[in-house]
Ligand binder design. Structure first.
Ligand code: FAD
Length: 256
């Protein structure tokens, strides 16, 4: 017996491919039941033809839907010259693609130590896994305070406003949301990078709570620059990467 779980490929049908902006989309797909833990990702695969050669291109995407929702949802952006993201953007209702099973990944609450405060920090489409987690009962039962921070270049890239407003209305004391917009004015939140707002103290001031090694866990999801810069800033507060064999304060999911 080995512990290796083989990936199998399943057909999925596109239900919709909603555009938030020119480069930001949400793909909704239907496939056979896919058990997963909120925060995990799947691999999507499509045949792509370039210069007469067809290859199967597969990439990872976090699931945004809650595990008990039948329609699978992926929040993605079109990467300039990116093979799969451009092909995904061309899909329409009724088209098919392949999806891997089982879902994978350790960016899930079960992997996080017992602490009262949780900060969920995302750049761009890194928001996705948090939405899945926040749609479940687990975070609301476990944490006294949850702060979701979303960093984007433009205000219109603050996707899923209705879902986030709904969570704020449902959990007014327990939940805070902070948007950090880097390339234009942001009347509804903060301007500038997440890291700049952490350094200036603005993030904690707006959240009404602190980030400390004593009582906080920080989840980071998105591009490697944000992850590395945040880890450096958090290290100054005595916060380290969390590992199963060496408990810490930071859990990460790097998209690129
Ligand atoms: C665990 C995991 C989960 C992921 N979940 C998501 C998700 O939910 N949504 C999502 O949009 N992406 C997600 N990604 C990234 C995704 O897998 C692809 O890398 C991305 O869609 C680009 O694929 P592509 O084939 O279009 O580009 P490629 O042809 O592979 O890439 C072209 C170049 O663009 C760079 N690049 C890759 N992604 C980005 C980006 N987002 N912005 C700018 N440059 C980039 C690459 O470094 C590469 O040099 C995830 C990645 C991982 C590892």
């Amino acid at each position: 017996m080995t512990g290796i779980i083989r990936t199998s490929w399943h057909n999925a049908e596109v239900l919709s491919n909603q555009r938030w902006t020119e480069r930001l989309l949400t793909l909704r797909i239907k496939t056979e039941p896919l058990p997963f833990i909120a925060g995990q990702f799947v691999t999507l695969r499509l045949p792509i033809t370039t210069d007469g050669n067809t290859e199967l291109v597969a990439k990872s995407y976090s699931l945004i839907n809650a595990p008990d929702e039948a329609v699978l949802e992926v929040f993605y952006n079109i990467v300039p010259n990116g093979k799969l993201s451009n092909a995904l953007a061309g899909l329409q209702a009724g088209d098919s693609l392949e999806i891997s099973q089982p879902a994978k990944g350790f960016f899930v609450l079960d992997e996080i130590p017992k602490v009262p405060n949780l900060w969920m920090i995302a750049t761009g489409t890194g928001l996705g896994p948090y939405l899945s987690i926040l749609k479940t009962a687990q975070p609301w039962e476990r944490f006294q305070k949850i702060v979701l921070v979303h960093g984007v270049p433009l205000v219109n890239e603050l996707a899923y406003p209705d879902l986030i407003q709904g969570l704020l209305a449902e959990h007014p004391e327990q939940f805070s949301f902070i948007a950090c917009v880097t390339q234009e004015a942001n009347p509804e939140g903060l301007e500038g990078r997440i890291t700049t707002n952490l350094e200036s103290g603005a993030l904690e001031q707006v959240a009404g709570t602190h980030i400390s090694a004593e009582d906080t866990h920080v989840m980071l999801c998105g591009n490697h620059n944000m992850l590395n810069d945040m880890k450096e800033l958090l290290a100054k507060r005595g916060m380290q990467r969390h590992l199963r064999h060496k408990p810490g304060h930071i859990t990460t999911e790097q998209y690129f």
